[in-house]
Design a protein. Structure first.
Length: 207
């Protein structure tokens, strides 16, 4: 599996072109659709996937879908409140992108196992394939997703990050912004949510 990171847009969103043989999926096409199409290198785009529906992760969705006919996938919990999730965008000087109606990714999509990891948004997902996990804005190198935006939930985020820490420690984390890391590194030393926090969470929430 080949992973190409393309940093796009004014918020430096990580878009990923993930390929196996002649097939590719684009994860979080935040902007600059033509760059992402070039990154395919002539290979077939079989799906476009958003880890969540904040505007900076979906700005090029319509462009890719129109150019290739590939289906678009996002969790229905985000789609139901898409406009509300992005109500802050105009105050930051951004328009809310118009999107095609997404399909539900379910629990398995192409090479990916799909994990529902809410908290940053209600419909945030993480995608696990091979030695990689694409975490969107749930888990970063040395940080975790914001929950002060509309419909964020810190308790849900904590549970989601703790769920990610149950994955093998060698998995490479490809986040929505910033450099990659590993599950093991974040479980050991993330200053916001680490394995110790997860242990305390399990003890205080027995049901």
């Amino acid at each position: 599996m080949e992973v190409v990171r393309v940093v796009v847009g004014p918020l430096a969103t990580n878009s990923y072109v993930v390929c196996q043989g002649d097939e590719c999926v684009v994860v979080d096409p935040g902007d600059e659709g033509e760059r992402l199409l070039r990154a395919l290198g002539g290979r077939s785009l079989v799906a476009v996937v958003a880890t969540h529906l904040h505007f900076d992760h979906v700005g090029a969705v319509a462009h890719l879908v129109e150019a290739t006919g590939a289906p678009f996938y996002a969790h229905p919990a985000d789609w139901r409140i898409y406009k509300a999730l992005n109500e802050v965008a105009p105050s930051w000087g951004f328009e809310v992108p118009e999107l095609p109606t997404p399909r539900d990714p379910g629990e398995r999509l192409w090479l990916f196992d799909v994990l529902h990891t809410p908290g940053h948004t209600p419909g945030s997902i993480s995608l696990v394939a091979g030695d990689a996990v694409f975490t969107g804005d749930t888990l970063f190198r040395g940080s975790v997703g914001r929950t002060d935006l509309p419909h964020g939930d810190w308790r849900e985020l904590t549970r989601s990050v703790c769920r990610l820490y149950q994955l093998p420690g060698h998995l490479v984390v490809y986040p929505g912004h910033g450099p990659p890391t590993t599950i093991g590194s974040e479980a050991a030393g993330n200053p916001f949510i680490n394995a110790d926090v997860c242990g305390n969470e399990r003890q205080s929430n027995r049901y």
